[in-house]
Design a protein around this ligand. Sequence first.
Ligand code: ZN
Length: 301
Amino acid sequence: MTLGEHPEIKEIESESLERCLNDIEGICAVSETFDYYQFQHTVTKITDLYQKLLDTSFPRVKYLIERFRELGFNIQLQEFLFEHSGTNGTNAVFKNPNADPDSKTFYIVAHHDYINGKGASDNASSMAAMLELARFVITTKLNVVFVSFDCEEINLNGSRYYVNSLSPEELAKIDGVICLECLGGSKDIVLPTKNLGAICDKYLIELIMNIANRLGYRLSSFKCPIFHSDHVSFSKMGVPAIEICDVDAIEFLKHPYSSSHLYNNTQSIVHHPTDLPENLNTENIRRTLEIMLEFLRDHSK
Ligand SMILES: [Zn+2]
C-alpha cells in the first residue's frame, strides 16, 4: 500500500487540493484576461507592452501577500527597475517566523507575472501550491523561504535581480531551490535535467524522484532546453536548483528545441488563451502537492 492509499492521508490530500484550487480561482479572479501576442500589435510604444505585464501581475502578488500575511509569515518586498518599462517590478519574499535560524535555508519559488489567458497554470497554480506548502511549513521549524518573482516571462528579470542582491554568505547558506512551474498545464509532471543556461541538480532530482516512487507516481526527467524558469538564476550562482513542471513528455521529446510546445494548446495550455482555471489538469496538481508535502515532512523530522 502506498501512503496515498491511506484513507486519512487521502482526506488530508483532498483538502490540500481543494484549498489550492480555491487560491488558483482567487488569483485568477484578480487577473484580467490577457493575450500578450495580440496586445503587442496594438501598442504604439514598446514600453506600454512591458508596463501592461507589470500592471497585470501586481494584483496577483498582492493576493499572495495578503494570504501569507494571514498565515503569519515574515514578508519582505523587493522592488527592482524593470528596464523594459522604465518602472519597478516587485518580488515578494516570505520567511517562516518559526524557522531555526542556524539551519541552512531551502527555497521554494514561483513567479506571478503571466502572458496569456488568466495565467492559471502559468503560474497561479504554483503560487497557490506555495501557499498550501506554507500552511505546513509554519507549523515546523523548517527554514524554508518562499519567493514569488516578477517578470519571469521577460528573461527572468525578477529572480536575476534577487540572486544578485544576496551576499556571498547568504548564497552559501542556501541548501537548494525548487522552482514550481505550470502545474496542471499539461499531461506529465517533469523534472528537467537541463534547461537553457543551467544544469539542474542531480541529487535534488533523485530525491524528488524517490519520493514520487514511494508514493506510486512515475515522473519523467529529461532535458527541456526551452522550459527554463527562475531556478536558472540560482543555478548560475552555483546554488543547487531544480524545476518541477508539466509538459507533454512524448510530444516534447519529439522536438526538444522547439518553442512550439508553448504555442500549441493540443500539448499544453501554457502561453495560450486557454490557460484558465477550468482547463487545469488537477490530478497533476494534487500529485505535485503530495510529493512536495512529503518532501517537507521528511525534512521536518
Ligand atoms: Zn511560467
